[in-house]
Write a protein that binds this ligand. Structure first.
Ligand code: FUB
Length: 454
C-alpha cells in the first residue's frame, strides 16, 4: 500500500471510529466515579464532577451530578443534584468525591465522601433531588481516619440489612439501620468493622508504596447476584486496574478473583467501577480520560455491556470508544423530549434554570445526536422550545451529522422569553439516529429546552 492509500485508510478508520463513538456517555461536563442505580424502569447514574478548570493540579470537585436513561444509549442530564453547600456544618469548598445512591421505602439516600471530612449522607423524595442533609454532621463518626474515609458503596441484602462499605486503601463497613442514616454501633469499633485486607481476600499488593496491604486500592462496589456477593474495586495502586472479590455473605470472607479491566491508553490514573443488571443485560460503568481536554483530573464516565460467565465470574472487560452497541428500547419522538437527552454531542453545556435543565453554549456547528428514534409511520412537523440569543437554525438530519436533511427549524426570532419554534419536515419512517445540528453566525445562538415531532 502506498503512503497516500495508507493515509486515506487511516482517515476513513478515524471517521468510522468518531462516527460510532458513544463513550464517554457525557460530553457536556467532565464526570467521574459512576454509581448506577436502577429504579422504576430507568437507570440513574450519579457521578462526581471534575471542574473544567483544575485548581492546584488536584481533583477539583464541588458537586454531584445525575443522568438517567431507559435505553442505555441516550442520557438525560438532571444537572448537579447535590453539592458541598448542602452540608452547612462544614466549610470545605472542594472534595465532592465518589457518591452512591440507593432507594428505600420511597426515599433516596445519597452517600458521599467529602475528602478530608469522611462519609456523609443526603436524602431526597426523588432520585433527582433536591437532596438535604438529615443529620447536620458526618454519617460515619468515631472514625480513626476521615482522610481515607472515601468511596462509600451501599447495598441492601435480601433480609433487609443494609451495608455501607468504604475506604482507601483499607476497607471498612457498617450495618446501616433501617432509617439508612444511622448504624448499629454495637459491633466492631463503635459500629465500624475493619475488613481483613489479606492476599487471599484482595490479592497481593502490586503497589510498591508500602501503603497498600493488598491489591485493593479504593472505589468499592458491592452487590449480590445469584447467592454470591461481589465486591468490585480499583486495584493495583496508581495507575488503577479494576479487580473483584466474592464472598458467601455480605460480611465476607472475601476471595480475590483477579482483574476485570486492564489498563488502556485512554484510561485515567484512577478508575472506578459500578455494575448493574438492567432489562436483562449486565452493564459495567467506569471512567476514563477520553473526552477532549481530558486528563487524570478531568475524567469521563463510560459504560460497557458484558455477560457473566456460566460460573458467575466476571469476564475481562475492554474499555471501548464504541460503548453500548444496541439500545434496549427505542425513543418515542412524538412526546416531549428534553433537549438534554443526548447520546453524543459536541460543543455544548447544560445549565439549570426555571425550566429545569436546558442545553446552553450552542454555537455554529455544534450538534446533538439522539440514538434509536422510532419515527414509526412518519413525522411531519418538528417543534423546538428554545430561547433565541444571537439566533440561528436547527438542521434536522438522519443518521449522521451530514445525513439526509428532514427540515430546518428557524430559531432566530429574538424574544425575551422561551418560545416554541415549528417547521414542517420531510416524512420519515422507521428507526433512525437523529442529529440536531445547530447553525448560525458568531456567538451563542439560543438556549434549547425540548423538542418533539408531530
Ligand atoms: O474522584 C475522586 C477519587 O478518585 C475517588 O473518590 C476515587 O475513587 C478516585 O476515582
Amino acid at each position: 500500500m502506498n503512503i497516500k492509500k495508507l493515509l486515506l485508510a487511516l482517515f476513513c478508520v478515524g471517521i468510522f471510529i468518531s462516527g460510532v463513538a458513544q463513550n464517554p456517555i457525557v460530553q457536556t461536563y467532565y464526570t467521574a466515579d459512576p454509581a448506577p442505580m436502577v429504579y422504576d424502569g430507568k437507570v440513574y447514574v450519579y457521578t462526581s464532577h471534575d471542574e473544567d478548570i483544575t485548581v492546584d493540579n488536584f481533583f477539583t470537585m464541588y458537586d454531584w451530578r445525575c443522568y438517567s436513561s431507559d435505553d442505555m444509549v441516550n442520557w438525560t442530564d438532571h444537572g448537579a443534584v447535590a453539592s458541598l453547600k448542602d452540608f452547612e456544618w462544614m466549610d470545605k469548598t472542594n472534595g465532592a468525591w465518589a457518591p452512591q445512591a440507593i432507594e428505600r421505602n420511597g426515599k433516596f439516600y445519597l452517600y458521599v465522601p467529602i475528602h478530608g471530612e469522611g462519609v456523609s449522607v443526603l436524602v431526597s423524595d426523588s432520585p433527582t433531588g433536591p437532596f438535604h442533609d438529615p443529620l447536620g454532621h458526618r454519617l460515619i463518626v468515631d472514625s480513626d481516619d476521615v482522610w481515607t474515609d472515601i468511596d462509600p458503596t451501599v447495598f441492601i441484602d435480601d433480609n433487609g440489612q443494609a451495608y455501607l462499605y468504604w475506604g482507601n486503601p483499607s476497607l471498612f463497613y457498617v450495618k446501616l439501620n433501617e432509617d439508612m442514616i444511622s448504624y448499629d454501633r454495637s459491633i466492631g469499633n463503635k459500629g465500624i468493622v475493619p475488613v481483613e485486607m489479606d492476599n487471599h481476600s484482595f490479592g497481593e499488593s502490586k503497589a510498591k508504596d508500602g501503603r497498600h496491604h493488598s491489591n485493593y486500592t479504593e472505589g468499592p462496589w458491592i452487590y449480590k447476584r445469584k447467592d454470591l456477593y461481589y465486591l468490585v474495586y480499583a486495584a493495583g495502586g496508581i495507575p488503577e486496574y479494576i479487580a473483584y472479590s466474592t464472598a458467601p455473605t455480605a460480611e465476607g470472607p472475601w476471595t480475590y478473583q483477579g482483574y476485570i479491566m486492564e489498563r488502556a491508553p485512554h484510561l485515567a490514573f484512577t478508575n472506578h467501577p459500578g455494575i448493574i443488571d438492567f432489562k436483562g443485560n449486565s452493564y459495567f460503568f467506569y471512567h476514563d480520560q477520553d473526552l477532549s481536554g481530558g486528563e487524570g483530573f478531568k475524567r469521563s464516565v463510560s459504560v460497557e455491556q458484558f455477560e457473566y460467565n456460566e460460573d458467575g465470574s466476571i469476564p475481562m472487560i475492554t474499555p471501548t470508544k464504541e460503548g453500548i452497541k444496541e439500545s434496549v428500547t427505542n425513543l418515542n419522538p412524538y412526546q416531549k423530549v428534553e433537549a438534554e437527552t443526548i447520546a453524543w454531542s459536541e460543543g455544548l453545556k447544560t445549565a439549570k434554570d426555571d425550566n429545569g435543565v436546558i442545553v446552553t453554549n450552542i454555537n455554529d456547528g455544534d450538534y446533538i445526536k439522539v440514538r434509536s428514534v422510532d419515527f414509526a409511520k412518519g413525522a411531519k412537523t418538528f417543534k423546538a422550545r428554545a430561547a433565541a440569543l444571537e439566533g440561528g437554525k436547527i438542521e434536522i438530519r438522519l443518521d449522521a451529522k451530514d445525513g439526509p436533511l428532514l427540515g430546518v427549524c428557524d430559531v432566530s426570532e429574538i424574544e425575551d422569553n422561551w418560545k416554541t419554534f415549528t417547521t414542517k419536515t420531510k416524512k420519515q419512517k422507521g428507526v433512525h439516529d437523529l442529529f440536531l445540528v445547530f447553525k448560525g453566525g458568531e456567538g451563542e445562538l439560543f438556549n434549547f429546552d425540548s423538542w418533539e415531532f408531530k
